[in-house]
Ligand binder design. Structure first.
Ligand code: RET
Length: 250
């Protein structure tokens, strides 16, 4: 017997909706970028470059191009009968990893620059982040559960390095800036860390152990992606614009 676990109507519509959200926010970020003086555009340009990657990835997933299948064989052992093998084909949305591999470093860069972290710290955070996504990709395509969760564990360790850079080093360094910036950094970095921590949880119950179906997986990531990119971006830029009237956070 073979079972196909793939997106239905809800999943497909969700992918299109997020594609449109990413498109509109990209345009809005460009317009905002042009409205600030060229020397103050760093955060605007950085943020404006994040949503287009997600937009392309969501388009690919919506038209079924950034998607592959994992073939999973499940063996049911029975006492007096031969083993029964069941084959499950589950969709793997690899386009997500291409998106995340490029956009999570850019999101981190936004936060690192806001905190005022130095080059070495930024590099460690970005490299750990790329390792996290890369090992996450291998976890997604590995079918056998031992190695799969091994890759997953590696990704989690890399994630802890990211958390350390932002949560410990970032928080320390930002104290050298004005109070407003320090408070804002705590808020937006806290938001980011909570949000990012939900990704491996969803991954574990969806991609990892297949406890929720593909539609639910798509919706869960959709909500997270919209919060982590457009909502994060607007929050950062509106605050930046408001603060740079009085102080500079660059
Ligand atoms: C994976 C699975 C392996 C373990 C860990 C993961 C973390 C993923 C994260 C993704 C963040 C994505 C964002 C996207 C923006 O839209 C790869 C799911 C730790 C943190 C912020």
């Amino acid at each position: 017997t073979a079972e196909y676990q793939k997106a239905g109507d809800i999943g497909n519509r969700t992918l299109w909706v997020v594609f449109v959200i990413m498109l509109i926010s990209s345009l809005a970020f460009y317009i905002m970028a042009f409205r600030v003086p060229v020397q103050k555009r760093m955060f605007h340009i950085l943020t404006a470059f994040i949503t287009p990657f997600a937009m392309i990835s969501y388009f690919a997933m919506a038209v079924n191009d950034g998607v592959s299948y994992n073939k999973i064989t499940i063996t049911h052992s029975q006492k007096h009968f031969p083993d029964v093998h069941e084959t499950v084909y589950r969709e793997v949305y690899w386009a997500r990893y291409v998106d995340w591999c490029l956009t999570t470093p850019l999101l981190l860069l936004d936060l690192c620059l806001l905190a005022g972290l130095g080059g070495a710290h930024i590099l460690v955070a970005v490299v750990a982040d790329i390792i996290m996504i890369m090992t996450g990709l291998f976890a997604a395509f590995t079918v056998e559960s031992g190695p799969k969760w091994g890759w997953y564990a590696m990704a989690c360790i890399a994630y802890l390095v990211v958390v350390y850079q932002l949560g410990y080093n970032g928080r320390g360094i930002v104290q050298n800036k004005d109070k407003k910036t320090a408070t804002f950094f705590s808020a937006i970095a806290g938001f980011t860390l909570v949000l990012w921590t939900v990704y491996p949880i969803i991954w574990g119950i969806a991609d990892g152990s297949r406890n929720i179906n593909v539609d639910a997986e798509i919706v869960a990531y959709a909500v997270l992606d919209v919060l982590a990119k457009p909502v994060f971006g607007f929050w950062l830029l509106f605050t930046h614009d408001a603060m740079s009237q009085t102080t500079s956070i660059e």
